[in-house]
Structure formats: C-alpha cells, structure tokens
Design a protein around this ligand. Sequence first.
Ligand SMILES: [Zn+2]
Length: 160
Amino acid sequence: MITAHIPSGYLLGKSLQAKHRLLMAVVIIGAVFPDFDLFWFYFVDGKAFHHHRYWVHAPGFWLLISAIIIPVLLLWYKAVLKPYLFFLAAVALHICLDTIAGSIMWLWPFSNQLYELTTVPATQSHWILSFMVHWTFGLEIGIWIIAIAMVIRTRLSLDT
Ligand SMILES: [Zn+2]
C-alpha cells in the first residue's frame, strides 16, 4: 500500500469510535508508523534492502514488544493502555494492508521469508507507476473515497 495508510487509519479510528482528537491522532500515526522506516531505508542504509525487512514491519516484533508493554501499562500506566491498543491496531492494519501487494515477514523471528497476497509485476518504467496501473491500486482509491465520504458526512453532521 502506497497512499492509503492515512485514510485507512482514519476509517479504523472511526470504527473504533476514537472520538477524542488525540485518540484519533494516535490511530492515524499508528497507521503510518511502520513506514517511518523509510527514513532509515533512504538516508542510513542507502536502500540496501527492502524496507519491509525492518522490525517495524514485522508482526513478531510487535507481539514481542507488546508482551512487555501491555503488562507494564496494565500495572502502572492504565490510562495509556487504550491509546497503545489503538496504536497497535493501527500498526496491525498497516501491516495487513502492506501484505496485499507488498511483502511482510509474517513468520519472523522464525523465518525471514516475505509473504504477499499478490505480486505487482514491473510493467512500467518506475515501480510506483507499476503499482498505479495494478488492480490493487483500486483498493487504495476505494479507501480514499470511503474516508473522504466519511469526513464529509462527519462535517455535515457537525454543522446541523
Ligand atoms: Zn508499510
């Protein structure tokens, strides 16, 4: 997924009824958070390998770290538990959406194999163009349309 992580986060926030702006912001940030590894990918590693191999794109990493974070929050920082779970749900959504036409190490730490539902063939001069003419880009457009419609509906309901 290239463009639809932010609107998908918005839709997730709406479905989780994240009515507080801060909670909605946490969900939207979580929905794009794994792609912050692109800074490391471009500026540190010099595109040495697929950015989906970084830990933020590995579900196993989030399971391991959450096995520590959730009990800590339950014991000492209960007020942060709900925002963390919303953030985690958004990260999970991001990883699931990336699995459609990207590739994810679903079995890490047991395997570094990347898994994807469909492969986007390099049919154009640039990989982004290849993604834009692939049927999966229709999913991204669909997510954008639904999110924009939801924003408009929310705005209209606030005006009345
Ligand atoms: Zn990603």
